[in-house]
Design a protein around this ligand. Structure first.
Ligand SMILES: [Cu+2]
Length: 160
């Protein structure tokens, strides 16, 4: 009896470890890549998060919202330049095309992370959950990084 319980626990633990090690996947056929949150000054009321979503299915997937335990609220935003001025426009939804990808990336779409519950610095990790129009969700972890710390220039984001 005891032996059986121990074996069961070990299997359960192995399952948890496998889950933790697996690439972020949910709403089957969708995967999250290169997720990160841009580090901001400690008093910042808003941060931006980025991630590329790949859809390996034959149908589009519509994201209608997002939430994170690290923030009071999360919105889908798009940055545009209009008459030489940068604006951010809230999006009701964004769509990951069938057999395609959608990127939240600097200068374009981003996850607007509002009312941080505590100051975040490079090296911290936050959990993000995306909601889809069919009621499914997808969760993944976003590490906090300094802008420009990764590959690819972020020079256009810098202020001189
Ligand atoms: Cu924004």
């Amino acid at each position: 009896m005891m032996k059986g319980i121990i074996r069961h626990s070990a299997l359960f633990l192995a399952g948890l470890l496998a889950l933790a090690a697996a690439p972020a996947m949910a709403a089957e056929g969708l995967s999250a890549h290169q997720a990160w949150v841009r580090e901001a000054p400690p008093m910042a009321r808003m941060l931006a998060g980025y991630v590329t979503l790949k859809n390996s299915t034959g149908h589009p997937m519509k994201i209608t919202g997002a939430e994170s335990p690290a923030f009071g609220s999360v919105e889908l935003h798009r940055s545009i330049i209009k008459n030489g001025v940068a604006h951010m426009i809230k999006q009701d939804h964004v769509t990951v095309p069938a057999h395609g990808k959608f990127s939240f990336e600097p200068g374009g779409y981003h996850l607007m992370l509002m009312q941080p519950k505590q100051a975040l610095k490079a090296g911290d990790r936050v959990k993000m959950t995306l909601r889809f129009d069919d009621g499914r969700t997808m969760s993944f972890t976003m590490p906090v990084r300094k802008a420009g710390a990764g590959k690819g220039g972020m020079h256009m984001q810098m202020k001189h």
